[in-house]
Ligand binder design. Sequence first.
Ligand SMILES: Nc1ncnc2c1ncn2[C@@H]1O[C@H](COP(=O)(O)OP(=O)(O)OP(=O)(O)O)[C@@H](O)[C@H]1O
Length: 426
Amino acid sequence: MAVNAEFQGILDALEDPRLLVRSDYTVAYANRAFRQRFGIDDFEGRKCHELVFHDLNPCGSCGRICPMDKSVFSRQVERALERELVPGGERFLELESVPVAAADGSPVYFMERIRIRDDAQNAALREGIVSRSPATRRVLNAIARVAALNVPVLFCGPGGCGKQSFTRFLHENSRRAVNALVKLDCTALTDERFEDELLGRPAKLGGSRTGGLASRPGGTLYFDEVSALTPGLQRRLLTLLESGFVREAGSAQSVALDWRVVCSTNAKDPDRLVESGVLREDLWLRLCVARIDVPPLKERREDIGELAELILRRTGDGESAEISPEVLAVLLKRSWPGNIRELECALMRAQLLAGGGKIRPADLEAARYSELSADDVCGDTLLEEESRWRGTRAGLARRMGLSERTLYRRLQEARELQQKKETEEK
Ligand SMILES: Nc1ncnc2c1ncn2[C@@H]1O[C@H](COP(=O)(O)OP(=O)(O)OP(=O)(O)O)[C@@H](O)[C@H]1O
């Protein structure tokens, strides 16, 4: 059955390349945008995998994900992201399949949209990731090697060095980019919250759970600060990694969870996490399959200038984003124990002091209480700062150049130490 002229006209009016495909992968129509973008006119009777990937075999039989195969079963819109090698590199194709149903609801065609993320789009994706230094480039290369695989990834590195940003980069460059990236903060994770997030919240009057991650598969699940997980949750995470299933406490039924797990830790010495009894060895071994160490900012000095300009562009009006060689020299001299987050805070404060004009070394000097924000500030200083602070804890964290979570942890440690000292003195 030929596609009628009216339908052809509608498809030709669409901006993105579209194919109208039958369930045996035969192309019924290729719209104008497809013909122009792929340089193909003789599409009649040819297969979609042949036109898009120059492959005589259907995508599903050679390791690629075919959204149409999924649509045949789900009868819903399905999406996938495919990586393709091209001369000089690789490109990503965003594929989408929409079933076009007959009056009785059975799909007659599948309308496929093929969107090519060209270089500019790839660059936009990478925007926000400065990678001038060899150390950062090593991290990006490591991510590129594991992005397409379905293995869990562990990022190790000090607070504020970019573990979460690199997780987003990994997600955006994986086949899961068309789905969600969800973060779970392990320092605040309880068994109940774990079940609510993954399996959904229980209905008020009994009945099954709804709205959990299990019901919208395909994304990336980021466990931030995995070493803060309770022993019980470590066991549940291990089961998830080994089996791909989650079980509600007290229930015999397991639920499949198709989410790729990424974890992070800012432990000073991650290799000692097992020895010191913080993490189970079996979980650590699983997580270490693809471990990526993110170096502190002081080992990525070549990034500092570009990072500073990026930060100023984000926060200012763009005019004052350029930094002078004198300001750069000051930035390069500092050790940035709070890493990029500390750099951000210092620059934002200096920007305020500069009153909208270009930052001068004097503004950076005046904004120097960032030195207090360092990870190596003693607990007593943190407690003192807290007692003087009149704003919110989030505000104090920003001022100190720490994440709110790190500040909370450091304050708690400092209080415990103070109490211990007081007890010993009595
Ligand atoms: N390579 C980078 N290029 C540009 N900005 C970056 C880069 N890495 C991190 N940042 C910025 O630095 C800040 C801190 O990064 P991020 O939250 O990813 O660090 P983190 O290691 O996850 O911190 P924490 O362990 O405290 O949660 C963010 O505002 C982020 O946008």
